[in-house]
Design a protein around this ligand. Structure first.
Ligand code: NAP
Length: 302
């Protein structure tokens, strides 16, 4: 059997078109567009490329967008003052601080200073708490888990009563996606197990998963024999395992692999996400959706 490919690149385009349409409608009716500020500290090349992509996407959607670059030696107090400024800025609905921050800055302090109503990354403890409560309480689900759930829904995978096994317990992927899948509601109602490095028999847990979500950061961790035939496999892992020549530009680019042995797994699973082109494109997409949501909450049209 060859699994159905769940392509993040295609789902991204569907969702971005939906957002674009809604932005136009809101602009016509209310004279407002979503406002997003991206704060970048220093010149980490990976951070620059993430922020550039976020800005490009926001521009494409017709958002009001501010790119605020700060030097690597910016004082923590100055960064806090900047957050305070954007918290008060009526035209800004979402504040994104690109991580990681330089070592002299307390990351937690900065993230916790963001107004929870503008925390479109969903990392503020208030939003983590809201996610845990579930239902109408949720304002901003964190972007990568939100993207994973959206892919599962749009791929038509049954989640109600499904055995979901999540490999990894990080605060940005493993724990939130496990929490989301166990909630009451569409795209959820699952029976969830979280596994990690202290789990006794990883293979046994993975083998009974109807939906296997892997976010470990270990290339090829999940072996084909751990996959239940016909199951849905979501590979969140992005591991740089070397370099390859780009077909488009001829330049050397990173060779990326997931946490699942894709070539073998696709012969067993019912559906599977590729790496790259799977979960990756969904994160920025959901950031845009959260920023639009933030404006809608403010306008009382959610
Ligand atoms: P993380 O904070 O390093 O957490 C990894 C988790 O996996 C930990 O809970 C760890 O267990 C568990 N783990 C590691 N090795 C394992 C093993 N051999 N057996 C069982 N569990 C193991 O990573 P993360 O931030 O969640 O990211 C995970 C992966 O997803 C990375 O490859 C990252 O690049 C990728 N990612 C992709 C996106 C995207 O595509 N948009 C977004 C975020 C992350 P312990 O807790 O016991 O150490």
């Amino acid at each position: 059997m060859t699994a159905k490919l769940i392509k993040g690149t295609e789902i991204r385009e569907e969702i971005l078109s939906e957002i674009e349409k809604e932005v136009k409608e809101i602009k016509e009716k209310h004279g407002k567009v979503p406002g997003l500020v991206t704060i970048l500290v220093g010149e980490n090349p990976a951070s620059i490329s993430y922020v550039t992509l976020k800005i490009k996407t926001a521009d494409r959607l017709g958002f009001h967008e501010i790119q605020d670059n700060q030097p690597a030696d910016v004082a923590e107090a100055d960064l806090l003052a900047l957050i305070d400024k954007y918290n008060k800025d009526e035209a800004i609905n979402g504040i994104l601080v690109q991580l990681p921050l330089p070592k002299h800055i307390d990351e937690k302090k900065i993230l916790n200073a963001i107004d929870p109503d503008k925390d479109v990354d969903g990392f503020h403890p208030v939003n983590v708490g809201r996610l845990m409560i579930g239902g109408d309480e949720v304002k901003f689900a964190p972007c990568t888990p939100a993207g994973i759930q959206e892919m599962i829904i749009r791929a038509g995978v049954e989640t109600s009563g499904a055995e979901v096994v999540v490999v990894g317990r990080s605060n940005i992927v493993g724990k939130p996606i496990a929490n989301m899948m166990v909630q009451k509601g569409p795209g959820a109602n699952s029976t969830v197990t979280i596994v990690h490095t202290r789990t006794k028999d990883l293979a046994a847990h993975c083998k009974r998963a109807d939906i296997l979500i892997v976010a470990a950061g270990v290339p090829g961790l999940v072996k084909p024999e751990w996959i239940k035939p016909g199951s849905c496999v979501i590979d969140v892992g992005v591991n740089r395992v070397g370099e390859k020549k780009s077909e488009k530009t001829g330049k050397m680019i990173p060779l990326l692999k997931g946490d699942v042995d894709f070539d073998a797994a696709k012969e067993i699973a019912g559906s599977i996400t590729p790496v790259p082109g799977g979960v990756g494109p969904m994160t920025i997409t959901m950031l845009m959706r959260n920023t639009l949501k933030s404006l809608k909450y403010k306008l009382g049209i959610q």
